[in-house]
Structure formats: structure tokens, C-alpha cells
Design a protein around this ligand. Structure first.
Ligand SMILES: Cc1cc2nc3c(=O)[nH]c(=O)nc-3n(C[C@H](O)[C@H](O)[C@H](O)COP(=O)(O)OP(=O)(O)OC[C@H]3O[C@@H](n4cnc5c(N)ncnc54)[C@H](O)[C@@H]3O)c2cc1C
Length: 361
């Protein structure tokens, strides 16, 4: 057992093609933190026939990879995976342990934190390293600062000064995978977790179809907010008009640029449960803290104020085009192309400019 907890560990998921995008982002987050601490990044890979994914982890920034490679681990079974990871954590004592804030990462992270009797900050959008002083607890050097939106309008900074590892989940879409370097060298070490009998086993695995719409995979996202309910003169509008305009904009973009576009929405619009939008916009269209995180090349924010909970889901988009009547709307602070105006006038002009069908005014 090492004397002091050391190393920034990243749990890495894979599929048939290799490490998943979420995992490459977690590796990038781990690299950033490890460089600040002058520690190593240790990737953790579990499955069957995973040695090439372990090598891939080195190319993407790991200094060392701990891997479990056995047919028993081919299919995900949380109890077996938790045992394997927890055994390694207990023996090797990492300083930090990161997971992606996706379904599998959340399943593992919470249970491992419980076993390791440590804290867990979930859904982080940024990670930093800083010294920390608290009058009641004392001073701590080089702590992981876990940054995530709170339940109001602020970003919370979470510290877990007294327990190790410091554990966090990283929200997909907030870190950029590093450029792979085929020549990068790293150590690969196979783990052999203790064998155990489990009271349950996985008998069948059903792959669910990808979520519709696939917002995280879209190159362009056109999101609508509560602003669609009234036009610039304050006259109530049928929200289907704005939805149709969004579809026309999507068609124009797809046919001119051959980029896949999807329609998103704010939580406020979805929670308004408008009967006109029934079957057209639902929770699966939601962008933001409690919806999808997206990182398209272009994001259109149409009639959206830009509340923090919305911004954290789209602020890393390549270019942000915002259409809002209010020149002081917070969305304009992050927009590359701010358009102050009535969306019912601006959208038809955007569609025409892109080469879509003329929209009757
Ligand atoms: C715990 C928690 C989690 C949350 N999670 C999410 C989340 O995941 N995603 C999310 O989006 N929100 C989330 N929210 C809600 C968030 O705080 C905001 O309330 C919401 O994003 C606001 O939505 P909006 O911009 O559509 O509406 P508003 O804030 O009402 O903004 C409407 C905007 O439209 C503009 N406008 C009005 N008419 C026009 C017009 N004709 N043309 C152009 N502009 C016009 C207005 O100037 C205004 O800026 C969450 C809140 C909490 C507390």
C-alpha cells in the first residue's frame, strides 16, 4: 500500500470501436488535474479483450492503465465491476477518482464512494486544483475543486478536503479529448480481482436504440425557449409556428451544408406542457443541466434568456447564434452572433439567407 494517496484515476468505458467519447473527455479532465498536481493519470479499463483499449488510453493521455481482462467482465454487471474497482482503490489509494456523469458512471461512482467512505461531487462542468482553508477544518494543499451548477443560479465549488480519493463525475460535453499520440509511452498493468459468487447474474442484455433526437451527436442544434409564446409586439403566437420555423431552418442547414441538425428546447418550454407542442417537443429535447449537454459546431438559441442551467448544457458550442428581443439577455454574454430582434421576424430571414424556402411573413 502506498504511503500517501497518489494518482488521478479515470474510469474508462469502451464499446466495440474503442474508448467512448465520454471516457476520452474524462481522460482529458484527469490530464488537466494531474498536470496541476504533478501526478500521473491512471486509466482503469474493465472488460474482455480490452488490451487495445488500454493502449488507446495511453495515446489519449494516460501514464498508466490498470485493466481487468476476462470473459466474466464482458457484460456489464455492476456488483462485479464495483468489486474490481474498489479492490484496486483500497490497495493503491488514488488521490482522485473520476467517472463520466453518464448512466454507467453514475451507477459505479456512487457505490464506490460509499464503500470508500469518501465524498462524491456529481455532474461537474469544470475541475480545478487549489489550496483551501476553512476556519473549522484547517488548511489543505492542492485540493480538487469540483465545479457544478447548484440548484439556483450559481456555480457551486465543492471541496472534499478530509477523505481520499476525492471523487467526481464529469458531465459529458465539457472537456475536449486530447489529440491522440501513437508514440506516447505508458505502463499497462493487468489486475486480477478476487473471484466472488454473486446472488444475481446477467442473463440477457438488450441494446436500446439511440435516444431521439440525438442532441449530443448533432452538428447543429436549434433550440427554442419560452420567447416563442409571443411576438415582438407582445401578441400571443401559436408555438407550432416557431417549431415549424425551426424545422425549416433545420432543413435549410441540412440540405445546404450536409450537417445533421436537431431541435432542442429549454426546460421552461418543456415544463410549460403546451398542448400545441405535444408529440413535437418533450423532455428528450431538453438542453441544460438536467437535460443533454451539447457541443455542436453551431447552436441557435431562439427566444432563450440564457439561464445558467441552460448555458452549462451548450456553452461549449463552436459558434452560438442568439436571437432575443432583450439586448440585456444573459445569452448575449456568450453569443458569437447576437441578434437583437423578434424571432418571428429573424427566423424567416435566417432561413432565406441559408437558402431555404421563402417563408411567408
Ligand atoms: C435545478 C434546475 C435545473 C434546471 N435545468 C435546466 C435545464 O436543464 N435546461 C434549461 O433550459 N433550464 C433549466 N432550468 C431552468 C432555468 O433556470 C430557466 O428557467 C430556463 O432555462 C429559462 O428558459 P427560457 O430561456 O426558455 O425562458 P425565459 O427565461 O422566460 O426566457 C425567454 C426569453 O425569450 C425572450 N423573448 C420573448 N419574446 C421574444 C421574441 N418574440 N423574440 C425573441 N426573443 C423573445 C425574452 O427576452 C427572454 O429572454 C433549471 C432550473 C433549475 C432550478
Amino acid at each position: 500500500m502506498s504511503a500517501e494517496p497518489k494518482g488521478v484515476w479515470a474510469y474508462l468505458q469502451h464499446n466495440k470501436e474503442g474508448l467512448t467519447r465520454d471516457s476520452l473527455e474524462v481522460l482529458a479532465a484527469a490530464r488537466k488535474v494531474a498536470d496541476r498536481l504533478d501526478q500521473d493519470v491512471v486509466g482503469v479499463v474493465i472488460g474482455h479483450d480490452v488490451s487495445s483499449w488500454a493502449k488507446q488510453a495511453v495515446e489519449y493521455g494516460a501514464d498508466e492503465v490498470l485493466y481487468v481482462d476476462s470473459p466474466e467482465y464482458e457484460t456489464y454487471f455492476n456488483l462485479r465491476y464495483i468489486d474490481a474497482i474498489y479492490q484496486a482503490v483500497a490497495e493503491e489509494r488514488p488521490y482522485i477518482l473520476l467517472f463520466a456523469a453518464n448512466e454507467l458512471g453514475k451507477d459505479l461512482a456512487a457505490r464506490i464512494a460509499y464503500r470508500a467512505k469518501t465524498g462524491l461531487a456529481t455532474d461537474n462542468v469544470q475541475l480545478e486544483v487549489e489550496d483551501y482553508t476553512n476556519p473549522a477544518l484547517g488548511s489543505f494543499r492542492d485540493l480538487l475543486i469540483q465545479i457544478r451548477p447548484d440548484f439556483g443560479t450559481r456555480l457551486a465549488r465543492i471541496y472534499t478536503p478530509r477523505t481520499r480519493p476525492q471523487m467526481a463525475t464529469v458531465r459529458p460535453g465539457n472537456f475536449t479529448p486530447l489529440t491522440p499520440d501513437k508514440k506516447r509511452k505508458g505502463k499497462l498493468r493487468e489486475l486480477e480481482p478476487e473471484k466472488r459468487e454473486y446472488p444475481a447474474r446477467v442473463t440477457e442484455v438488450e441494446e436500446l436504440p439511440p435516444p431521439m433526437p440525438d442532441l449530443p451527436g448533432a452538428k447543429v442544434v436549434i433550440s427554442l425557449g419560452l420567447g416563442i409564446l409571443k411576438d415582438g409586439s407582445g401578441r400571443p403566437r401559436d408555438p407550432r409556428e416557431a417549431y415549424d420555423l425551426a424545422l425549416k431552418l433545420k432543413d435549410a442547414i441540412e440540405s445546404r451544408y450536409h450537417l445533421r441538425a436537431e431541435v432542442g428546447a429549454t426546460r421552461a418550454l418543456i415544463y410549460a406542457e403546451l398542448k400545441e407542442l405535444e408529440g413535437l417537443i418533450s423532455k428528450s429535447n431538453q438542453v441544460g443541466q438536467t437535460g443533454s449537454t451539447v457541443r455542436p459546431s453551431v447552436y441557435f438559441a431562439i427566444g432563450i434568456s440564457g439561464a445558467l442551467q441552460h448555458r452549462v448544457g451548450m456553452q461549449n458550442s463552436g459558434k452560438i447564434v442568439a436571437v432575443n428581443m432583450d439586448p440585456n439577455a444573459p445569452i448575449f454574454k456568450i453569443a458569437h452572433y447576437p441578434i437583437v430582434g423578434d424571432l418571428y421576424e429573424v427566423m424567416p430571414r435566417l432561413i432565406e439567407a441559408i437558402g431555404g424556402a421563402q417563408v411567408a411573413g
